[in-house]
Design a protein around this ligand. Structure first.
Ligand code: GLY
Length: 350
């Protein structure tokens, strides 16, 4: 078992291991109370039952809610349903909610926790690789609006993140690959120690260690810049184009795949524009492809730029993009919004 402490405005631990005793670990972070455990239709029933049994044995009074799997659930209607259910279950200020699922469940549940009664406790129990390496850590919570992804949300840290890697065993290959996209992104940001792991054949055998490396890197960034005024923007590598791809596809293209496309396209653009050295794009593309991830999309630079400009990464007439200058050395670049289309175009036409 590996414990990574995150000294955010509200400090908490991320605990990573196999076959964790969820009840006991939960109890050491949150006193037994009433709780709503939220998961989605992709989370196998046996995982939900195992967690519910374990936390009930430790004195928690548990109600459960299962939402339909997929980005379509990350909306105002599901949020309202969850908040009403929390009220029906009689949750008070000393109670908590638990997110047992992937990024959608975690983002939605965290947001509900942050606004219910002006904020109650919540706990993340990621069941996808994407949630384990990225979305369950760092306190970003949100729902999507018609205008774009994650446009309503809060920075709101959990009480604890309990990551049981045995939950990843049943993930379909494409869902696992989506998590690898975020993990590879963290490798591009943090350096060769992590990045080089994705060229090896033993990724699954070492997944707990890979998750720990990702969480340690992200935790350090969050500690320094929890509210994303600077350095944390680096974690958006591939996301400006990625979010546009997701939205343009009507969320048919999954987040991880879109991030992989966005990262590769941004690397090609940066190289073409002289912001990254020759070979950078190929290095990233090779690793993405080897891990079953796409590196291109069917949308035009004009379409991508238009949707990217609705993204919250825009400030006034500028948008901040993340440039992979080298493995372990990414930089932020402010672009006038009028130049974004040409910048993206440079990565498409090559
Ligand atoms: N997923 C990027 C972040 O948490 O900042």
């Amino acid at each position: 078992m590996n414990t990574i402490h995150i000294e955010a405005s509200k400090p908490y631990d991320v605990i990573i291991g196999k076959d964790l005793d969820m009840g006991q670990l939960l109890e050491s972070a949150v006193s037994p109370c009433r709780t709503v455990l939220v998961s989605d239709s992709n989370v196998p029933l046996k995982y939900r039952q195992k967690v519910v049994r374990s936390i009930r044995n430790c004195g928690f009074d548990v109600c459960t809610m299962v939402i339909p799997a997929g980005e379509e659930s990350k909306n105002m209607e599901t949020l309202e349903g969850l908040l009403e259910y929390m009220a029906d279950c009689g949750l008070t200020r000393t109670d908590c909610v638990i997110a047992l699922g992937g990024g959608v469940v975690g983002d939605l549940t965290g947001f509900a926790a942050g606004c219910y009664l002006r904020g109650i406790k919540y706990v993340q129990m990621p069941t996808t690789l994407l949630a384990a390496v990225d979305s369950s850590v760092g306190g970003k919570t949100a729902i999507d609006l018609m205008a774009g992804k994650n446009l309503a949300g809060l920075f709101y840290q959990p009480e604890v993140v309990l990551c049981d890697v045995s939950f990843l065993d049943s993930l379909p290959e494409d869902v696992f690959a989506c998590g690898l996209a975020e993990a590879i992104k963290t490798g591009v940001l943090s350096g060769h120690e992590l990045f080089d792991r994705f060229s090896r054949p033993d990724i699954k055998e070492n997944i707990a260690e890979i998750i720990s490396l990702c969480v340690r890197y992200k935790g350090d960034v969050v500690q320094r810049d929890e509210f994303e005024t600077g350095e944390r923007k680096l974690l958006n590598l591939g996301h400006t184009i990625g979010h546009a791809i997701e939205k343009l596809s009507g969320y048919e293209i999954a987040h991880g795949q879109a991030v992989a496309m966005g990262m590769a396209m941004m690397a090609r653009s940066a190289e073409a524009m002289g912001d990254a050295p020759e070979g950078m794009a190929e290095t990233i593309e090779k690793v993405l492809t080897a891990n079953g991830l796409p590196t291109d999309c069917e949308y035009s630079a004009g379409q991508l730029a238009q949707f990217a400009l609705n993204d919250k990464k825009r400030t006034g007439d500028e948008i901040t993009i993340v440039i992979p200058a080298a493995i372990g050395e990414c930089t932020l670049k402010k672009l006038p919004v009028s130049e974004l289309k040409d910048y993206i175009s440079a990565g498409i036409s090559k």
